[in-house]
Design a protein around this ligand. Structure first.
Ligand code: ADP
Length: 255
């Protein structure tokens, strides 16, 4: 399916949980084909920002735009239908189902009609089932898991589950892919494989948001980086610009 390549912009987002200001006046723009890194200490608002973008959280103030159009806050299903796909910090799988079935699920939430269909578990036609299967196999191949398609998901190693989650998100044919700490628990080698995958996804025109605390991964694979602190932007720019930012160096890079 063709999607219009348009940037996704957040403006002046404020979100508090009770008295805690998780996001405090944040602007952020994701562009098609770019990897945007979001980095910052624990509690700085990275995951909350991702949850605002995918519509899980509704901020008290601020707006979102997709290209020229305002995007209503919240409404995660609408946003999924517009091509906003995400992964979770803790991979969410059905352990007793196969890897392939776990990926196929990602293809049933790509639009309102099929979302209802998924929710009601209406039987699909054989042709649709086959198309979904073939697509899931392609997504598994993209992340290097095609050899494990028929294995039960609970047999996978941690790193394989992380790649499975990305395959499932790719089923949405996303315009934007939001990754929440995808490198957590990966070995160095696995992390660099993830970095390569992220670059490939961006090269296909997808805008990627990479929430990470591995600074070396962020600086190696991102086109632009936003550094958060206390829910605010501390620095933003290219990796080179952000790396030379004085406060960033002293706070995060041990300079
Ligand atoms: P990060 O992802 O950078 O570690 P978070 O976005 O998870 O930061 O959290 C930002 C702040 O908001 C923290 O102070 C955190 O405790 C708080 N917070 C996040 N989610 C919730 C929630 N569901 N309820 C209450 N407080 C929350």
């Amino acid at each position: 399916r063709h999607r219009e390549a348009a940037p996704l912009a957040l403006r002046d987002i404020h979100l508090s949980f009770g008295g805690v200001r998780a996001i405090d006046g944040l602007d952020l723009e994701l562009r098609p084909g770019e990897v945007h890194g979001l980095i910052g200490p624990n509690g700085s608002g990275k995951t909350t920002t991702l949850n605002v973008i995918c519509g899980f959280y509704v901020p008290q103030q601020g707006e979102a735009r997709l290209g020229g159009s305002p995007l209503p806050m919240g409404q995660p299903q609408l946003r999924a239908g517009l091509g906003l796909a995400r992964t979770f910090q803790t991979p969410r799988i059905v352990g007793e189902s196969s890897v392939l079935e776990n990926v196929m699920v990602g293809g049933t939430i790509s639009g309102a009609a099929s979302f209802l269909e998924a929710a009601l578990s209406l039987p699909r036609s054989r042709a649709e089932e086959r198309a979904l299967r073939n697509r899931a196999l392609l997504c598994l191949r993209a992340v290097g898991l095609e050899g494990l398609a028929e294995v039960r998901a609970d047999r996978l190693q941690h790193s394989e589950l992380r790649f499975l989650e990305i395959a499932r998100a790719l089923m949405l044919n996303p315009a934007f892919l939001l990754l929440d700490e995808p490198a957590a628990g990966l070995t160095g080698e696995e992390m660099w494989r993830l970095g390569e995958l992220v670059r490939q996804v961006a090269a296909a025109g997808v805008g990627v948001l990479l929430v990470e605390h591995h600074a070396e991964l962020i600086f190696a694979v991102c086109d632009r980086v936003t550094v958060l602190n206390l829910g605010k932007e501390l620095a933003a720019g290219t990796p080179a610009e952000v790396r030379s930012h004085k406060e960033v160096v002293s706070a995060y890079l041990g300079g």
